[in-house]
Write a protein that binds this ligand. Structure first.
Ligand code: GLU
Length: 322
């Protein structure tokens, strides 16, 4: 009996100790993404799923958080609330240079790039009954430019400013999250909204699927903006992706790239493991979202303006990509 009791206690202790060892070894990392109708959220989910498959090997447990977007993610990674975040290439550039949202704080020296992902277009949709054919028609309208913390907010302000629209005076600018914008457009509470996102995205499927007819609006007449800002490039949104939209031809606009960012304070081992999982299983990764259809491994090293994290460099050298 006593022997049995001793054996049970030893067994329980051994189990508890082994849990403690596993726990001590497991590193928890969180990916900051965006709204659930965007592409960041499923992208974070795809990466986390790949890394978690190898939980025993790497001792990493990855989770995903829906957030306000690029600017929120960069700040949360820098203050240690998140280990990774997805952020637009232009916001990455501004943070590292200490511009725009980081003007007061100065250059964000700990920001590190891991790799870039899909292209994103600065996208403007409007209700047909609002009569918005060009970006200039936004004057006097109620337009969602995006929540502070999102990447699209500054893109919308840049585009409006480039065509001579003062968003604070010439129109009624709303600041709600992209996930809420399609509902507001369908309910007639806004006339149009901006969202910088990969395509196809759930947000625009929702925006073009309701009773109120909706069209995408090309953003043109911004050549001087594009030549001044090295991180902006022309892009086109195929209307075949949104059969509900009232457009006859593809939408011309400009765009950036979605990138994975981290902090210099995150360990090389963790960044190495995450980079390796995505790149070693690139074909599988590419199938996870239609927005990745044009990705190549080489293209994922382009569009980065923060220094690469050492853990990513280690993998890229090993894989012959650098
Ligand atoms: N580009 C958006 C942002 O930075 C997010 C897009 C998405 O969630 O896919 O806020």
């Amino acid at each position: 009996m006593k022997k049995g009791l001793f054996f049970s206690i030893t067994l329980v202790a051994a189990i508890l100790m082994s849990f403690a060892v596993v726990h001590a070894k497991t590193q928890f990392v969180t990916f900051g993404t965006g709204g659930i109708t965007g592409v960041y959220y499923p992208t974070g989910g795809a990466i986390a799923k790949m890394v978690n498959k190898k939980k025993e090997e790497y001792g990493i447990r990855a989770t995903v958080e829906s957030t306000g977007g690029s600017v929120f993610n960069i700040n949360a990674v820098l203050n240690g609330d998140l280990e990774f975040g997805i952020a637009q290439s232009d916001r990455q550039y501004q943070a590292i240079q200490g511009l725009a949202e980081w003007q007061d704080k100065g250059p964000q020296k700990d920001l590190r790039a891991v790799f870039s992902i899909h292209p994103e277009s600065v996208t403007l949709v409007a209700a047909v009954d609002a009569g918005i054919k060009t970006i200039l028609d936004l004057k006097g309208k109620t337009v969602n430019i995006g929540n502070p913390g999102s990447g699209q907010r500054q893109n919308a302000i840049d585009a409006l400013t480039a065509v001579g629209i003062d968003y604070e005076k010439d129109m009624k600018a709303e600041s709600v999250k992209a996930a809420e914008a399609p509902g507001l457009l369908q309910d007639g509470r806004i006339d149009a909204f901006f969202y910088t996102v990969g395509h196809p995205s759930g947000a625009f499927k929702e925006a073009t699927a309701g009773a109120r007819k909706v069209n995408f609006v090309s953003i043109t007449g911004i050549d001087s903006l594009l030549s001044r800002m090295p991180y902006y490039a022309k892009s086109s949104i195929p209307m075949s992706m949104y059969p509900g939209a009232q457009n006859d031809s593809d939408t011309e606009t400009f765009g950036v790239k979605a990138t994975l960012i981290t902090s210099a304070k995150v360990s090389d081992d963790v960044v190495y493991a995450i980079t390796k999982e995505v790149f070693d299983n690139f074909d599988e990764f590419k199938k996870l979202h239609p927005a990745y259809s044009h990705l190549t491994k080489e293209s994922m090293l382009e569009g980065l303006s923060a220094p690469l994290h050492d853990g990513a460099v280690k993998y890229f050298k090993e894989a012959g990509l650098m």
